[in-house]
Design a protein around this ligand. Sequence first.
Ligand SMILES: Nc1ncnc2c1ncn2[C@@H]1O[C@H](COP(=O)(O)OP(=O)(O)OP(=O)(O)O)[C@@H](O)[C@H]1O
Length: 222
Amino acid sequence: MIEFKNINKSYKLGKNNVVTALKDINIDIKEGSLVVLKGASGSGKSSILSLVSAISKPTSGEVIVDNKQISKLTDRFASEYRLNNIGIVFQKYNLVEDISVEQNVILPLIPKNMNSDLVENKVDAALEMFDIKHYKHTTVKNLSGGEQQRVAIARAYINSPKIIIADEPTANLDEKLSLNFINIIKDLKEKNKTIIIATHDPLFFDLDIVDKYIEMKNGSIV
Ligand SMILES: Nc1ncnc2c1ncn2[C@@H]1O[C@H](COP(=O)(O)OP(=O)(O)OP(=O)(O)O)[C@@H](O)[C@H]1O
């Protein structure tokens, strides 16, 4: 479902300063599987997530999702691809703190011009699924870290994306909330979502729900 073929990614920082983030990466991720990217800070995990979500393009090689070469999409089609296929949970959640839970979760639906009843149903279903419906009208900044993360997950889920990506999702959570997050991942897997998690957190390193571990070191898979 997701394939990386001979991917290289470098960032040009100045005339003679090029950082190589990924070197000749080949990955094959099956639909409905859970993949954990491990490796030290700077090893290239986030660069892989950015390529899957078409936030960035490879310097060379191909990223293929559902037989489409997404690394060749123009910016407009890349945003459309992202909107329809990818749910992203960021480490710092990237919520709009001064508006309500409902208003945050609705954001990915705005470009879709759906009728308001359908929007309301989708929002309620997502808030219910992640046990945050009782805070529907609460301003996000008044929620705890774990609650904010559930809002971020509901927002990532609202468009029913096939692929869910999470970058260091438990970095700001205590162990109990991290275990709750792992239970949410189990539920998403049961819904046949393809999930990719980049993490340093040892809680993920011995989980029977993980289909594949990919360990990165200095931009290569080890
Ligand atoms: N936008 C960018 N511009 C320049 N260099 C970048 C950029 N993004 C990443 N890099 C560099 O590419 C390399 C890989 O970074 P990446 O963020 O993919 O690693 P990571 O494993 O996700 O690290 P972390 O766990 O700290 O998030 C690092 O050397 C980093 O400094």
